[in-house]
Design a protein around this ligand. Structure first.
Ligand code: ADE
Length: 246
């Protein structure tokens, strides 16, 4: 996979792709990540990328021409919308989910356009981008951190990016999923706080049941919305009824 990122702050991307799983995936040749300065695609001598909004109002809006030029330079004027995703990051986008990360991980190329200022000329969302995405219901100063979030969520799903032990734990948020169960490690007692006894028992069936129960309890407390579309087994449904009654 190749990922291109268009931004007016390329220096923000120094670091995040040089650690951990993303770095390993790059070193293994699973993904190539190229960061571009949007100003390089401006045509005037001041390298202008923004202008005042038509209709009035505060702030500046990113102009369409440098963004269209950049994407056309990278992909040509026509591209295959099955194999390539052009993603505009704004707070107005559809909410990014694990299911979308899984879809994006099947593409050959991603182009991420980082919004900035008070907005991006709407013709980018309408006629250029294949996706307009938000990472959550809060407003950041731009799409740079959201682009990093998307890269990390997608790259870890690329075949070969994770070790076997890591990949077993990737399903939690997939559509129909619930939250992960709580994990503990040594010491068994820390400042008087003991690890749940069942985990030390070596009784695998009891441990598995305890984990399902705790995963449901945590989901019920922190993300009850996930339970509405979760695909639960009969045992899990019963556990959930018990927990709701408590
Ligand atoms: N730009 C500013 N806030 C954002 C968000 N929550 N998601 C994506 N892009 C953004």
């Amino acid at each position: 996979m190749r990922i291109d990122i268009l931004t007016i702050f390329p220096e923000m991307f120094r670091g995040p792709f040089d650690c951990g799983i993303v770095r390993r995936a790059r070193e293994r040749g699973l993904v190539e990540i190229v960061v571009h300065n949007l100003r390089d695609f401006a045509t005037d001598k001041h390298r202008t990328v923004d202008d005042r909004p038509f209709g009035g109002g505060e702030g500046m809006v990113l102009k369409p021409e440098p963004i269209f030029r950049a994407v056309e330079h990278l992909l040509g004027e026509q591209f295959d919308r099955q194999r390539v995703a052009v993603i505009l990051l704004t707070p107005q986008g559809r909410r990014f989910t694990q299911a979308m990360a899984e879809d994006l991980a099947t593409r050959e190329r991603l182009v991420l356009i980082c919004g900035r200022y008070e907005g991006v000329d709407e013709r980018v969302a309408e006629y250029l981008a294949t996706h307009e995405l938000s990472i959550g219901d809060y407003v950041l100063t731009g799409g740079e951190v959201p682009a990093m979030v998307i890269v990390e969520a997608v790259v870890r799903l690329l075949p070969g990016a994770l070790h076997r032990a890591e990949s077993a734990r990737r399903e939690s948020f997939a559509e129909g999923g619930i939250l992960d169960y709580p994990q503990y490690t040594r010491p068994a007692e820390f400042r008087g706080l003991r690890v749940p006894e069942v985990l030390l028992s070596g009784h695998h069936a009891q441990i598995a049941r305890w984990r399902r129960r705790m995963a449901l309890a945590k989901t019920l407390r922190n993300r009850p919305d996930l339970l509405e579309k979760a695909a639960l087994s009969e045992e899990e449904r019963q556990l959930l009824e018990e927990l709701r009654g408590m």
